[in-house]
Design a binder for this molecule. Structure first.
Ligand SMILES: Nc1ncnc2c1ncn2[C@@H]1O[C@H](COP(=O)(O)OP(=O)(O)OP(=O)(O)O)[C@@H](O)[C@H]1O
Length: 259
């Protein structure tokens, strides 16, 4: 398990017309080893930008990102990323999609088959290794996306609205799988979502971002005991959950009105 420290992160984009967009301004957060953080905020407040910088997919304009005290600049094997639109290559099977990621990370061929087998088993897709993305539902494709991130065996998992494109029922099923996974594997997780319920259900802490330029507006500790996997209905119906939902809703409404 690894700690992640983000300090004074700023990002200014310059578009083709030379106009500047300040996406992030002074985003700072310390994430403890094994902690599950969810991030919510108004549309366009810089959530994806922040996550992409932490993954090393995007340059920062200022600030630092450190993992266990070591500053990072580009992508690395200790971090795995899950995209909203799955990001699978349509001409490759589930297993080959995972192999492609392992190749990119320099994992030896001899090790790959076992890693792919374990990753697909973890997400319940052992029987679908040879299926192409078009032969799978959205939920299954995103399970492959998660398996691909897990196959690299990262300590830190970064997920950018991974269930945003799924129907409500599939979304709840995958949330439960995410809970089971995180409670079993003890990874450090940052998870961006637009769903208040999802943010509460999964998190140890919910980070609420301000409108663009994004920074942290408030952080809410979610004091709902773990393990939570398999207890979705009970938790959603609890007084604590209702309380957190109201609290988050009020914060987000205040941001949207201010935006
Ligand atoms: N490559 C880019 N060039 C110029 N502007 C960009 C670029 N990428 C993002 N932006 C702008 O930066 C701001 C933050 O974008 P970002 O996608 O990080 O927000 P977000 O909070 O993830 O949005 P959403 O909630 O809608 O997914 C937006 O105004 C966006 O238009």
């Amino acid at each position: 398990m690894k700690t992640l420290s983000i300090s004074g992160l700023c990002k200014t984009f310059v578009d083709r017309q030379g106009r500047t967009v300040e996406a992030l301004s002074g985003f700072s957060l310390d994430v403890a080893a094994g902690e599950f953080i969810t991030i919510v905020g108004p549309s366009g407040c810089g959530k994806t930008t922040m996550l992409r910088i932490v993954q090393g997919l995007e340059e920062r304009s200022a600030g630092t990102v450190t993992i266990d005290g070591r500053e990072i600049r580009g992508p690395g094997p200790e971090r795995g990323f899950v995209f909203q639109q799955y990001g699978l290559l349509p001409w490759l099977t589930a297993a080959r999609n995972i192999a492609f990621a392992l190749d990119a990370r320099g994992v030896a061929q001899a090790e790959q088959a076992e890693r792919i087998r374990v990753a697909l088993e973890t997400v319940g897709l052992s029987a679908f290794a040879d299926h192409y993305p078009r032969q799978m539902s959205g939920g299954m494709q995103q399970r492959v996306g998660i398996a691909r991130a897990l196959a690299v065996d990262p300590d830190i998992l970064l997920l950018d609205e991974p269930f945003g494109a799924l129907d409500a029922l599939t979304r709840e099923i995958l949330q439960n799988e995410m809970l089971a996974l995180s409670e079993r594997m003890q990874k450090t997780i940052m998870f961006v979502t637009h769903s208040i319920d999802e943010a509460i259900m999964l998190a140890d802490r919910v980070v609420v971002m301000s409108a663009r330029p994004g920074r942290i507006a408030t952080i809410i500790d979610i004091d709902i005991p773990r393990p939570r996997a398999g207890r979705g209905e009970e938790i959603r119906e609890s007084a604590a959950f209702t309380h957190y939902r109201r609290q988050l809703w009020d914060h987000l409404m205040a941001r949207e009105v201010a935006a």
